[in-house]
Design a protein around this ligand. Structure first.
Ligand code: IFM
Length: 476
């Protein structure tokens, strides 16, 4: 990676106020269930999200991903939008229920055909394909067999990874085995806010381990398939801050950091679970699900780490009655999450780019100089198309500007950051919030499926063209 200098001259004689390395991947990300629709086409089988979303009361607006943004049929139009933005890379997820055949015997070639066409379209547009193998859409059949609490699911995932690698392994440039396994485990099996909606802290911890095992097995399967790209995982890691320096608040921050970050980083990058997390959760599980050899599989070296960052956490010891009874954190019954002072997005998430810089530096300090990508970062706002056909979203431009500036600082401080993916390319199905939250660079009218570039998309196009952040202001 080149050393950054503020006076670096960019191609065409233009200067970027915050220039990034010349080979930096400017990207955008999506996930299958959030955009594809076409849930019964080409042999796709049901996923846990089809079942969860169809359950009354689970999704704020009562919607599902049945049609979503119809990307399954409109992917060529969407790739053309990516090309218009000048994206260097596009991170999408492969839907396991599209690739798995009912009953689990063999592979659904028609499902793989879709991703084959997508990857070819990306390459034809000069965009590097980045594939995530699991972005939360477990085949429902596997959930009926125990889901991620069943160790066998990890082995089925490795089979699936091998099948996808057999088809796309010659063209995908970067693989993410899993997206945000914390959400799959602790929201899916702990708080129940995500599919499959189970509420057992013991099951959540079991699921976390089996997800990690699945990652390690899949990493081996990808490499055995002689893929040409790199392998990594995308974690929703966070910066956890104590609300004060009292011993109780410091301990609350240690425990949340353990259950959000170290429970994944340590086995992946050090080959061991953190002893304090195991001790803290000893009353919930005996960790017997960790079998001899598992940690060696989980710590199979990866090429790059993906970091999904949205906001920091501010935590402290709880006052009586202040805790969230449905906390996803197994040992957080006496911990409270405080709002970080300052502005928030439409999700109510605090806007604090210093958390991103801190997180990237912390990973490097504690786990070594591993190549990293910001695999997700972005903000939801209540965007509207104006009568003149524009979508003004100055807050999103501010958010992206500030986080890119933080990423730039991290690179300048020595972090080997190789790319940045805006979440998201398109407005989409935001899980439990349905279609009520808009994260896209591109506005989607769900009635007509019309796509409109928001001001932030025009701004991002200029950033990409200049190779760095040129201005905080909207586009010219
Ligand atoms: O939409 C999600 C995405 O699927 C995973 N990371 C966070 C995003 C915003 O909530």
């Amino acid at each position: 990676m080149s050393t950054l200098g503020l006076t670096e001259t960019l191609a065409g004689g233009r200067r970027a106020a915050l220039p990034f390395p010349a080979d930096f991947w400017w990207g955008a990300a999506t996930a299958a269930y959030q955009i594809e629709g076409a849930v019964t086409e080409a042999g796709r089988t049901p996923s846990i999200w089809d079942v969860f979303a169809a359950t009354p009361g689970r999704i704020d607006d009562g919607s599902t991903g049945e049609n979503a943004t119809d990307h399954f049929h409109r992917y060529r139009e969407d790739v053309a939008l990516m090309a218009e933005l000048g994206l260097a890379a596009y991170r999408f997820s492969v839907s396991w229920p599209r690739v798995r055949r009912a009953g689990g015997v063999g592979v659904n070639a028609a499902g793989l055909d879709f991703y084959d066409r997508l990857v070819d379209a990306l390459l034809a547009a000069g965009i590097s394909p980045v594939a995530t193998l699991y972005h939360w859409d477990l085949p429902q059949e596997l959930e009926q067999a125990g889901g991620w609490t069943n160790r066998d699911t990890a082995f089925r995932f490795a089979d699936y990874a091998a099948a996808v690698a057999g088809r796309l392994g010659d063209r995908v440039r970067l693989w993410n085995t899993l997206n945000e396994p914390w959400c799959s485990a602790f929201l899916g099996y702990g708080s129940g806010g995500h599919a499959p909606g189970r509420t057992s802290h013991r099951e959540a911890l079991t699921a976390a381990h089996h997800l990690l095992l699945a990652h390690g097995l899949a990493t081996g399967a990808l490499r055995a398939a002689a893929i040409t790209g790199q392998v990594g995982i995308a974690l929703n890691a966070g910066t956890v801050r104590p609300v004060s320096n009292t011993a109780a608040d410091l301990d609350a921050a240690r425990r949340i950091d353990g259950l959000l970050n170290r429970i994944f980083f340590d086995p992946l990058l050090r080959g061991a679970y953190p002893a304090d997390v195991q001790a803290d959760t000893a009353g919930i599980t005996d960790w017997a699900f960790v079998r001899p050899g598992d940690l060696a599989v989980i710590s199979t070296p990866i090429d790059a780490l993906g970091v999904n960052y949205y906001q920091p956490d501010l935590v402290g010891a709880a006052e009586a009655g202040a805790t969230d009874p449905r906390t996803p954190y197994p040992t957080a019954q006496d911990i409270v999450f405080h709002p970080t002072p300052g502005p928030v997005t439409d999700m109510g998430w605090s806007i604090d780019p210093t958390g991103l810089r801190e997180l990237l530096l912390r990973i490097r300090r504690d786990y070594g100089d591993i190549p990293m990508y910001v695999t997700e970062n972005g903000a939801a706002y209540a965007d509207r198309v104006t009568p003149d056909g524009r979508v003004p979203d100055p807050e999103r431009i501010d958010y992206l500007y500030a986080h890119l500036a933080a990423a730039h600082e991290a690179i300048a401080a020595g972090v080997d950051l190789r790319g940045y993916f805006v979440w998201s390319l398109l407005d989409n199905f935001e899980w439990g919030y349905g279609y009520t939250k808009r994260f896209g660079l591109v506005h989607v009218d769900y009635a007509t499926q019309a796509r409109t570039l928001k001001d932030s998309a025009h701004w991002y196009r200029r950033v990409i063209a200049a190779g760095g952040v040129v201005a905080r202001l909207p586009y010219e």
